[in-house]
Write a protein that binds this ligand. Structure first.
Ligand SMILES: [Zn+2]
Length: 176
């Protein structure tokens, strides 16, 4: 599924977070989706995607929302635990930047709106990670992402209660 989404974008025409044309990003995303089961030893953010999908200072770029759309699509697929964990970690990181600059104005807030929109369109995938996901870290990242983008707080509180045993204590206790 992510390959289909990947082909929707004209990557070489977009600016990457590293400052170059983003022609190299599809290859990096495909590598992420193919991570082996023992990659990263349970730790997220063990790939080099960060300085590309976002700038080194967590700034949004044109590819941020394109990455997000591809990453959400990838959640529908069969991913190794490290790939799922890393994908959900990057989704959270992009949404963290997007929700903090959303109202500032300028090109970054336009990118932010695109990111938030892409995540909201696929929010049921994030719920699926929270309720059924096979990566414990991914479950937490999925829930944190929903805290950032879900407008129906009542639904989110109900899922927080239903999935309490799957969430780390701080998210279980988080006031929503
Ligand atoms: Zn790059």
């Amino acid at each position: 599924m992510f390959e289909i989404e990947l082909r929707k974008f004209d990557w070489p025409q977009m600016e990457c977070g590293c400052g170059e044309s983003a022609g190299h990003l599809p290859g990096m995303i495909a590598e992420l989706m193919a991570l082996e089961q023992d990659h990263g030893h349970g730790e997220a953010f063990s790939t080099s995607l960060h300085g590309h999908v976002l700038t080194g200072a967590d700034g949004l770029v044109a590819v941020s929302s394109a990455f997000l759309a591809v990453a959400m699509a990838a959640l529908t697929g069969k991913l190794s635990e490290p790939a799922r964990r890393e994908t959900l970690g990057m989704i959270l990181r992009v949404l963290g930047s997007a929700t903090s600059v959303e109202s500032i104005g300028g090109s970054e807030s336009a990118f932010a709106a695109e990111c938030i929109d892409a995540a909201r369109q696929g929010k049921w995938l994030l719920y699926a990670e929270v309720v059924y996901g096979t990566s414990p870290a991914g479950t937490a990242y999925g829930f944190e992402s929903l805290i950032l983008i879900e407008q129906d707080k009542k639904r989110l509180r109900a899922v927080q209660a239903a999935a309490a045993d799957r969430l780390p204590w701080d998210l279980k206790a988080e006031e929503i």
